[in-house]
Design a protein around this ligand. Structure first.
Ligand SMILES: *[C@@H]1O[C@H](CO)[C@@H](O)[C@H](O)[C@H]1NC(C)=O
Ligand SMILES: *[C@@H]1O[C@H](CO)[C@@H](O)[C@H](O)[C@H]1NC(C)=O
Ligand SMILES: *[C@@H]1O[C@H](CO)[C@@H](O)[C@H](O)[C@H]1NC(C)=O
Ligand SMILES: *[C@@H]1O[C@H](CO)[C@@H](O)[C@H](O)[C@H]1NC(C)=O
Ligand SMILES: *[C@@H]1O[C@H](CO)[C@@H](O)[C@H](O)[C@H]1NC(C)=O
Ligand SMILES: *[C@@H]1O[C@H](CO)[C@@H](O)[C@H](O)[C@H]1NC(C)=O
Length: 390
């Protein structure tokens, strides 16, 4: 699987508030280039109806290329932004503007999940602005994405945000309204970068669950997976052990004659497995997502382990793993492949962004988007924090 997007989980995780304390942020900021991520969301969450009230959608004529002076740089594309002015105290009161920086998905989902903004806006009498990230949703530059992929970078994206914010402040005569940029996950990285790069535009940034330090030489190489492993171990030692042992069992079965069809049967796959990696990749994604979004009320790690541990005594490892899969997924007639076509993201291409070193290092040595994205660097869950690269 290739696509894990964050969802509202980030709100419950740590908040890093970068108000005026820019000096506290290491200036070891990664180089910026192109990137994107997937739009798969945890849509099982209830979406509060109120968020759709009072929203107005606009399109800004955005500059394709903020950093060059070629004729094509001045091409424009429509960038979507959405405003909620219900709570705003107005320009005359210098009431603040909360700007939600879209990340690697259409902005609609973010609006649904970021209750944080409408919840806090009344206290601050804030205007809320959500801006969609270029190359996602309805903010895709003309022509085939590939053709313009060179413009698909976080540096361009935050320059987009700067333009839209300045335009809105002008349009609303809100010259004295302080701007706070807000983002989660990759969007949180953008928020912190924005505050660093455009301190004259944003008075502060709120970066929620943003892996701003998840880069080479800062965190242990296998940081993400050691946390996933730890989560499972804490939930259930036996579950963790079963998962740990399962990788070699899968390999062993796969190496036997008709091994893949055995695995396909055991896991009730929708289509015959093309290789054992397909299964391991799926499981890896399942566990990683469970850990990443291990929040109430469902606590997916507990759910997966409930399936694995809950199988009757004497159940073999593969069946236990399958029981975990079944427990974690809603009713399905088949599993593993076929239900989500992870190979395609209709909106953008997070994998490409990540592998292009914008946000992470697809090679695995470096800035893997820890909190975001587990699977572009696939490794086995070995529990020691010393995973095996596949
Ligand atoms: C955006 O550009 C189009 C075409 O160039 C133009 O018709 C439209 O008025 C512009 N919109 C704004 C808000 O400036
Ligand atoms: C804001 O102040 C200006 C200048 O004093 C005034 O003309 C305008 O009506 C005020 N706007 C609002 C919404 O109060
Ligand atoms: C498995 O056996 C152990 C020890 O006999 C017992 O404590 C446990 O409840 C059994 N588990 C299940 C799922 O039957
Ligand atoms: C799943 O299937 C079972 C049996 O067919 C049914 O009782 C249950 O309501 C289904 N659950 C969901 C969430 O659809
Ligand atoms: C998934 O998308 C790819 C690329 O378009 C396509 O070739 C493949 O058939 C799709 N798979 C399914 C199960 O829809
Ligand atoms: C981690 O892997 C390396 C290389 O395979 C090995 O030398 C080392 O002993 C491992 N460490 C742990 C804690 O398993």
């Amino acid at each position: 699987m290739k696509s894990i997007a964050f969802s509202s989980g980030w709100l419950s995780l740590s908040l890093i508030i970068l108000l005026t304390s820019v000096s506290a942020i290491p200036h070891n900021i990664p180089r910026l280039s192109v990137f994107d991520r997937t739009s798969l969301r945890d849509l099982s969450d209830t979406i509060p109806a109120f968020v759709w009230d009072d929203l107005e959608t606009y399109f800004y004529n955005q500059t394709l290329d903020h950093f060059n002076y070629n004729p094509q740089s001045y091409a424009i594309f429509k960038q979507r932004y959405v405003i909620n002015s219900k709570y705003w105290g107005g320009a005359n009161k210098s009431a603040p503007i909360f700007v939600y920086l879209g990340a690697e998905a259409p902005i609609d989902g973010d609006i649904q999940f970021t209750g944080f903004l409408p919840e806090n806006a009344p206290n601050f009498k804030a205007l809320i602005v959500y801006i969609e990230h270029r190359f996602y949703g309805q903010s895709v530059p003309f022509g085939p994405v590939k053709k313009n992929q060179g413009y698909f970078s976080s540096a361009q994206a935050i320059a987009d945000y700067a333009e839209v914010i300045l335009y809105l402040k002008e349009k609303l005569s809100a010259h004295y309204s302080p701007v706070i940029v807000i983002g989660g996950s990759y969007g949180g990285m953008l928020a912190s970068w924005f505050r660093l790069k455009y301190p004259h535009i944003a008075l502060g940034a709120l970066a929620s669950s943003a892996p701003i330090l998840y880069f080479d030489d800062i965190i242990p190489q296998n940081g993400y997976y050691s946390i996933v492993s730890k989560d499972f171990k804490e939930a259930s030692e036996s579950c963790y052990e079963t998962i740990k042992q399962s990788w070699s069992v899968i390999d062993e079965v796969a190496s036997q004659p008709n091994g893949l069809s055995t695995l396909s049967q055991r896991f009730n796959t929708c289509y015959p497995l093309s290789d054992s990696f397909e299964l391991k990749d799926y499981l890896d994604g399942l566990y990683s997502r469970a850990a990443q979004y291990d929040r109430p009320p469902r606590y997916p790690v507990t759910v997966v382990c409930g399936g694995i541990d809950g199988a009757p005594n004497g159940t073999d490892i593969l069946s236990r793993i399958f029981a975990g899969v079944v427990a974690a997924t809603v009713n399905r007639s088949c599993y593993v492949n076929g239900h989500h076509n992870y190979s395609r993201d209709p909106y953008g291409d997070w994998d490409w962004q990540v592998s292009d070193n914008e946000v992470g290092d697809g090679g695995g040595s470096g800035p893997v988007m820890a909190a975001e994205f587990a699977v572009m660097v696939v490794m086995e869950l070995d529990g020691s924090g010393n995973g095996t690269w596949l």
